[in-house]
Design a protein around this ligand. Structure first.
Ligand code: PMP
Length: 398
């Protein structure tokens, strides 16, 4: 069976990690990853998470199977984060949430379910987008198009192009939207732009699929839900993939959720019953640990306050790294204006570096970035900011 299997191409970002690991230089820096590290370069274990874990260990909880759709208290907490504490659509029973294996698992569940509903629909993702979006929707059998998004000249959004592309799609096209902290560019829509996007989604009867992997990394839990809440207010049916990998620093526990917003509580029941079938025939039911920890933190007032403050610390550190990088680039006489790095949100920055410059950063300085010029600002440290800024100044000089 396996004799004709061809070798798959290496994942570009994981390949970068391997090259970084093999690099012997002590001053090496990995800005290719999509992981938040603290100023000592460690992936933090949040205190709120550690407390919830200790409580779980102390309770010596049995490890039975979870329900197919996961922990009910977790699913309800996810809806509160997305739609707010007093959301009408939640009260009306129009939203259903299932625990999923990270944000990726949520996208995959949503993709498989949508494919059953409308096999000929196209999916549209931003240009550029998180590299797994295309692969994931193609693997589910969809044709994947891109809508204009990033404008390299302005380091902003080609908003007219984006609207024009959305207006051109057939009704029923699934439009994947980054709810906040766009990966890879760091460039988000503002509230007025979201309002216009939502108008087009409604006019054209498109199916929004929001991907929210960084809630709390932009402004705050509430402010980062603006896009979700605008779509919710539109009355359109839509899907949301949540990830808590970053916001709880629980990457390996695979904690995410898929939420589907429907027209009525009756429709919601039918939808949930079908999504459960997708889960049942895929991995049967989700794992217990990460979901329990997140549900415990979100549903306990003290732990929740602690988590919000820890999330705030991560957000502030990333901002400080953005400011520090811009200032040091200036101080080191880097060619060009890098002010835009301060305006970007979340863990990433489209730095504007060319792939040749990225190669030089790696070869000459041991600094690893994605060939598109994406750098993970959340992996910078006070101790290497200056070295990174000097290196960027060197490779960006003519
Ligand atoms: N969507 C986006 C935009 C992401 O950046 C990521 C993670 N890099 C994911 C989804 C997947 O998240 P998870 O690791 O929870 O599967």
């Amino acid at each position: 069976v396996f004799s004709a299997v061809e070798l798959a191409p290496r994942d570009p970002i994981l390949g970068l990690n391997e090259a970084y690991a093999a690099d012997r230089r002590e001053t090496k820096v990995n800005l290719g990853v999509g992981v938040y590290t603290d100023d000592q370069g460690r992936i933090p274990l949040l205190r709120s998470v550690a407390e919830a874990e200790q409580a779980r260990v102390a309770a010596r909880a049995a490890r039975g199977y979870l329900p197919i759709d996961g922990i009910a208290a977790y699913d309800a907490a996810v809806q509160k984060l997305l739609f707010g504490a007093d959301s009408a659509l939640v009260a009306e029973g129009r939203a259903v949430t299932v625990q999923a294996l990270g944000g990726t698992g949520a996208l995959k569940l949503g993709a498989d379910f949508l494919k059953r509903l409308d096999p000929s629909a196209h999916v549209a993702i931003s240009d550029p987008s998180w590299e797994n979006h295309r692969a994931l929707f193609e693997a589910a059998g969809f044709a994947v198009d891109t809508y204009r998004y990033y404008d390299a000249a302005s380091h902003g959004v080609d908003f007219a192009g984006m609207l024009a592309d959305l207006r051109g799609y057939a009704a029923g096209t699934v439009v994947v939207l980054h709810a906040c902290c766009h990966n890879p560019t760091g460039v988000d829509l503002d509230d007025a732009q979201w309002a216009q996007v939502v108008d087009v989604l409604r006019e054209r009867q498109l199916v929004p699929f929001l991907d929210i992997a960084y809630q709390g990394f932009g402004e705050s839990i509430e402010a980062d839900a603006t896009a979700v809440r605008r779509v919710a207010a539109s009355g359109l049916p839509f899907l949301v993939a949540s990830s808590f990998s970053k916001s709880f620093s629980l990457y390996g526990e695979r904690v995410g959720a898929l939420t589907l917003v429907t027209a009525s509580s009756d429709e919601a029941k039918r939808v949930l019953s079908q999504v459960k079938r997708v889960i049942r025939t895929n991995y049967s039911n989700p794992p217990t640990h990460g979901g329990t920890v997140v549900a415990t933190v979100l549903n306990d007032a003290t732990l929740r306050a602690q988590w919000e403050s820890e999330l705030g610390e991560m957000r502030d550190r990333i901002r400080a790294m953005r400011d520090g990088l811009v200032e040091r680039l200036k101080a080191n006489g880097a060619q060009g204006d890098f002010e835009f790095v301060r305006q970007q949100r979340g863990m990433f920055s489209y730095s504007g570096l060319t792939s040749a410059q990225v190669d030089r950063l790696r070869d000459e300085f041991g600094i690893y970035a994605v060939s598109t010029g994406r750098i993970c600002v959340a992996a910078l440290r006070s101790s290497n900011l200056d070295m990174v800024a000097k290196a960027i100044a060197t490779v960006s000089a003519n």
